[in-house]
Design a protein around this ligand. Structure first.
Ligand SMILES: *Cc1c(COP(=O)(O)O)cnc(C)c1O
Length: 397
């Protein structure tokens, strides 16, 4: 997955354009910037690549989620449905706005179970936020039908699945809004950065204003701009945006290499009795940044994970006990440990996460092991890795 593996002369050239003028900010200083508008250039290219009408670059994937929610009018007391398997940014971005995260089970896609989503809807529900974890997607068709029926927003977190598609549409472009991260370990990186895409002019204008203190961005004098509403500072710098331009040019090659490496490993693991694979919803194509598979039981999955590291197979993950990605590790959320008082809406409405039944999620996550797919591996190295994985798994099963 990591775009940092291909960081090179192209990224350095883009950054040097910015360093030469010294205009590190994306707005203003027209005369000094030698015609370089890196953030704007990246936004235009990214919107086109994601087949969306608008793109707003921001400072991170986490801020992209917050900006997207704010742009669509989600705030205090609104409930946002999110999965138990994700990254902490999901509930962080929601709670930042005083909104309430509602955690629901995943299924064998390792993303939101549409039935669990429908069961969690209340009069306060405003948004469904599927997270396309580890390169593959939620059942967007089923989720969109639910959102249309109940008049809810569909906000895709595509931070880990850039380049994947559903019904031939780029992931992130299917819902009302889509979010991406360009942090240092993502498929393409800016160092730090994120993006919101949408086909709604209204959300795009709101996002543009919200991420820059509510500035209306009309005219050439920042000091004289009006502020239609309150905002915040989630801006990206020109330096980070410049890196992203070069990385975006490499996306297709990165995806092709991931697919080759994934396929080699998958074909070998398909010959191992007892191994099954994560379900990709019909109409979807993953971005091949991870290969996720199930073992017959939780006990065996734990042992396989250990055996993989004993066989020197690096970069394999057992998310069930990983602090970052599964509710088991989020003691701070379950006990609402915040630095300062939370909004009363959050305190009153949030589930008792210590006692909610997530046994359906446990049943899938407990059996899941994922292998990262790197792009720097040679074909011979991938073949070796696949055989070592097979030996490690067979030593347990
Ligand atoms: C990385 C990631 C984010 C947040 O991105 P940052 O740029 O690190 O803030 C959000 N959601 C998911 C699923 C991610 O993997």
């Amino acid at each position: 997955m990591p775009g940092f593996e291909v960081f090179g002369a192209e990224e350095r050239k883009q950054v040097n354009d910015v360093l030469q003028s010294g205009v590190l900010m994306r707005y203003g200083f027209d005369g000094m910037r030698n015609g370089h508008w890196k953030a704007k250039q990246f936004e235009t290219a990214f919107a086109q690549k994601m087949q969306s009408q608008h793109c707003q670059l921001v400072s991170s994937g986490t801020s992209a989620l917050t900006v997207a929610l704010a742009a669509a009018g989600v705030g205090a007391g609104d409930e946002v449905i999110m999965p138990t398997f994700t990254f902490v940014a999901s509930f962080e971005s929601i709670m930042m706005l005083g909104a309430v995260p509602v955690l629901v089970d995943i299924d064998d896609t390792l993303t939101l179970d549409p039935k669990a989503v429908e069961a969690a809807i209340t009069p306060n529900t405003k948004c469904v936020m599927p997270v396309h974890m580890c390169g593959s997607m939620a059942d967007l068709k089923a989720l969109k039908a639910i959102c249309d029926k109940h008049n809810l927003l569909l906000l895709e977190d595509a931070c880990q699945a850039i380049g994947g598609t559903f019904e031939r549409k780029p992931l992130g472009s299917y819902g009302d809004l889509g979010c991406f991260s360009f942090d240092f370990v993502k498929t393409i990186t800016c160092g730090e950065g994120g993006a919101v895409i949408t086909n709604s002019k209204k959300y795009a204008v709101n996002a543009d204003q919200y991420q820059d203190h509510g500035h209306d961005h009309v005219g050439n004098d920042r000091g004289a701009e009006t502020h239609p509403h309150l905002g915040y500072n989630f801006r990206i710098s020109e330096l980070n945006a410049a890196v992203g331009i070069a990385q975006l040019d490499k996306l297709d090659r990165i995806l092709a290499t991931q697919k080759r490496n994934y396929t080699i490993i998958r074909e070998v693991l398909e010959t191992v009795k007892g191994v099954t694979f994560r379900r990709v919803p019909e109409g979807g194509e993953e971005n091949y940044s991870f290969l996720s598979f199930f073992l017959p039981s939780q006990e065996e999955a734990k042992k396989v994970h250990k055996a993989l590291s004993e066989h020197n197979v690096e970069a394999c993950f057992y998310w069930y006990t990983n602090n970052w990605h599964y509710i088991n590790g989020w003691e701070h959320l379950r006990n609402l440990r915040s630095l300062a008082p939370l909004s009363s809406e959050i305190k009153n409405q949030i589930q008792d996460l210590n006692h909610t039944d997530f046994s359906k999620s446990d049943a899938w996550m407990g059996r899941t092991v994922s292998s990262l797919i790197k792009i720097g591996w040679t074909e011979a190295e991938v073949k070796q890795r696949a055989e070592a994985m097979k030996r490690a798994i067979q030593s347990v099963l």
